[in-house]
Ligand binder design. Sequence first.
Ligand SMILES: Nc1nc2c(ncn2[C@@H]2O[C@H](COP(=O)(O)OP(=O)(O)OP(=O)(O)O)[C@@H](O)[C@H]2O)c(=O)[nH]1
Length: 556
Amino acid sequence: MEATATLTLSSSPAGARRSPARPTVASLHLRRVPTLSFHLRGAQSPAAFRALSSPFPGCRRRRRGSGMVVRAEMFGQLTTGLESAWNKLRGVDRLTKENIAEPMRDIRRALLEADVSVPVARSFIESVTEKAIGTDVIRGVQPEQQLVKVVNDELVQLMGGEVSDLVFAKTGPTVILLAGLQGVGKTTVCAKLAFYLKKMGKSCMLVAADVYRPAAIDQLTILGKKVGVPVYSEGTEAKPSEIAKNGLKEAKSKKTDVVIVDTAGRLQVDKAMMNELKEVKKAVKPTEILLVVDAMTGQEAAALVGAFNVEIGITGAILTKLDGDSRGGAALSIKEVSGKPIKFIGRGERVEDLEPFYPDRMAQRILGMGDVLSFVEQAQQVMNQEDAEELQKKIMSAKFNFNDFLKQTKAIAQMGSFSRIIGMIPGMNKVTPAQIREAEKNVKFMESMINVMTADERERPELLAESRERRRRVAKDAGKTEQQVSQLVSQLFQMRTRMQKMMAGMQGKDTPDMENLAESIKAEEQVKAAVATGKRRRKYGNLRQRDLDSMRGYRR
Ligand SMILES: Nc1nc2c(ncn2[C@@H]2O[C@H](COP(=O)(O)OP(=O)(O)OP(=O)(O)O)[C@@H](O)[C@H]2O)c(=O)[nH]1
């Protein structure tokens, strides 16, 4: 989503400084949309440009005409910092300890500027360095793209790897207790969660256990009405643990699925707040205790999650205010520092602005490089060197079997949706889109037959080539005809022959020469003819006897 707005500011540096000092319009919009670009007029001089930029630290700024375009993206500053690391690797042919040292310094700086704590940044850099140096070269992938992939994977790990779903009680209502400091967005999160759960088909009740701020009860009541869920409250006189207990009783009687308890915040962590939370916890035995933290507070938020966990024992965190110019430190550090996952993120003030926290999506947002990542992943699957070497060995020793066959066919089919990769991998541009479309269509068909083969048959295709009984059984189990199974077996041997021929032809060469493919196919036609006429030994002495025999066997 993108919104634009125009701010007209005075062109004098003094005036310019005055205006952004009240970044009202900008901040308002920054909170509402994840990506925003707007045009600031009056940025002619470098001083005015700097002054106008200052309230938007995480934004990309570009001069346009007499003004400046500000583009705000989530974690914009971090993204820009990382970009400078990739740029330093342009032109290198592989990642080494020496050439990644400077990019690593840039990444470290970007993390620290994003308010990631020093120990977290240090261990992140160590782990990225180790993995980047150990990464095999993938043909067609630039080293900087490979580094993006390594950084992405490590970011995902740093943020907890997997998405951490809400846990629901097996019987009775699920109780979610929300805790957090003042103003972090607890009350808003109550409504957002109820809205989210209602969409999942769960019935909800909100419990107003924040008795210190009278307006909190009214706020919750209004929000409850807005999302259409009942709010249980007993005013400001009762004890929070009693309110929570009675609220739960009512929810049980109404067979409500989820009870969300709003508690009071404090300016800072204090004993009274912790004791109160412990009492509420004891009274309602929550399924989830979620600490709401403000993303703007960076590594402090992470430390807070750790402290609450030690004191109360929480199940996760909800990170609010990730819209706008949050620097990213909290999102990156919470899991690492506290051991507890982020379960949801808040990206605005509306009840719709809550979403589950996906570490992989967040990493992609930080890197702003979805395309590069998919490309490297696809290329890795297709061109993984270890796999290729393993495959080469198998082909040369005529052990290429149905498992390899399926892997290869799948890899080619997967590449179909990334046809632009084809042109980028040396040698692969000779494979036409039509061939790939065909492979995509065939892969499912073949898979159904390979899936019903025994492990032995998959490993040793000769068994099927030699036995009509086995081919009939596979056909029956897969719901295919015997002829279709025979065709599949034939295809495997064709592929084996073709690949062997290709490998033999390129011994001593670095890259596979796909031009040989057409020639090999032609040769293979000749093999068939040779099998039929019994001339095989004379003409095709370089092929393995066993293959030719089994091809003949299968024809019987
Ligand atoms: N931009 C933005 N604002 C938010 C978000 N979540 C909450 N807010 C705003 O933050 C302010 C404080 O939110 P509350 O829900 O009242 O915070 P609280 O933690 O309940 O506060 P106390 O009851 O005082 O402890 C409100 O103006 C909310 O609209 C968010 O994800 N993004």
